[in-house]
Design a protein around this ligand. Structure first.
Ligand code: ADP
Length: 231
């Protein structure tokens, strides 16, 4: 099976990651994943400002996913919409499970993701970048989260759908895992698939995510290898 951009079914789009690109954030990551271009920035832990972001037992994690007006072909109306509110919520919930929030009571951690250019798979790319920005900020976590969406086109399972393929797929299944132990932290789906097939597809999703995880580790090594003078 040939995909419209020439990729093999189990091939991801090209991924390029740079960790620590913003001077004024505590942690940051710029990710190019195919035509997706994504900037993630992390501030904190910093003191809570009021009752709305205060928890005496743990840090409050805020997550904002935002698509720039110029990120898609038709100008996107600026500001939050139903989709970006949903994505912010699910990605926040994924990260809340892996950040050691109880180490930092009475503080907040802010994670901002700006999608500069979108070509499907942006929630997975955002989670992948956000997790690296958190690591760059030195925030303790159970591990690094990798994420990738899978689909099925003409009976073949394909990794990492782009926008053209999103129109053709039977289902769109974004999956995020903890890279080192493969625990699932994000799982969403729209479309149609049998339970038996789903089990097989989830195994493949782990394989796809391992590819992403390797890229993340390389990017962290590039940044922190230099700092430590070990590479
Ligand atoms: P994901 O980006 O995680 O795949 P969706 O499946 O909701 O999330 O969106 C798929 C793609 O549709 C986006 O990556 C983007 O390319 C496009 N898209 C999303 N929202 C808009 C919008 N408001 N206007 C134009 N294109 C959009």
């Amino acid at each position: 099976m040939k995909r419209h951009d020439g990729r093999a079914p189990e091939q991801l789009r090209d991924i390029n990651i740079q960790v620590g690109v913003l001077k004024n954030a505590d942690g940051s990551c710029y990710l190019e994943w195919g035509k997706n271009k994504i900037m993630a920035a992390v501030y904190g832990p910093r003191p809570s400002m009021g009752r709305w972001d205060y928890n005496p037992f743990r840090a409050v994690l805020n997550f904002r996913y935002n698509m720039a007006p110029f990120s898609v072909e038709e100008r996107k109306r600026p500001g939050p919409d139903r989709r970006s509110i949903e994505i912010s919520k699910v990605l926040r919930e994924a990260l809340e499970k892996i950040v050691f929030l109880d180490y930092f009571p009475r503080t907040r951690i802010d994670v901002f993701v700006e999608v500069l250019q979108a070509d499907a798979g942006t929630r997975c790319a955002s989670l992948t970048a956000a997790s690296l920005a958190l690591a760059d900020a030195g925030i303790p976590m159970k591990g690094i989260v990798a994420a990738c969406a899978l689909g099925r086109i003409d009976g073949t399972i394909v990794y990492d759908l782009d926008k053209t393929e999103e129109e053709l797929t039977d289902f769109d299944l974004p999956v995020g895992i903890l890279g080192h132990n493969e625990h699932v932290v994000l799982l969403q789906m729209d479309g149609k698939v049998s339970v038996d097939d789903l089990k097989e597809i989830l195994k493949k999703a782990i394989e796809a995510n391992k590819i992403v995880y390797e890229k993340q580790k390389e990017a962290l090594r590039r940044k922190f290898g230099e700092v430590n003078g070990t590479e």
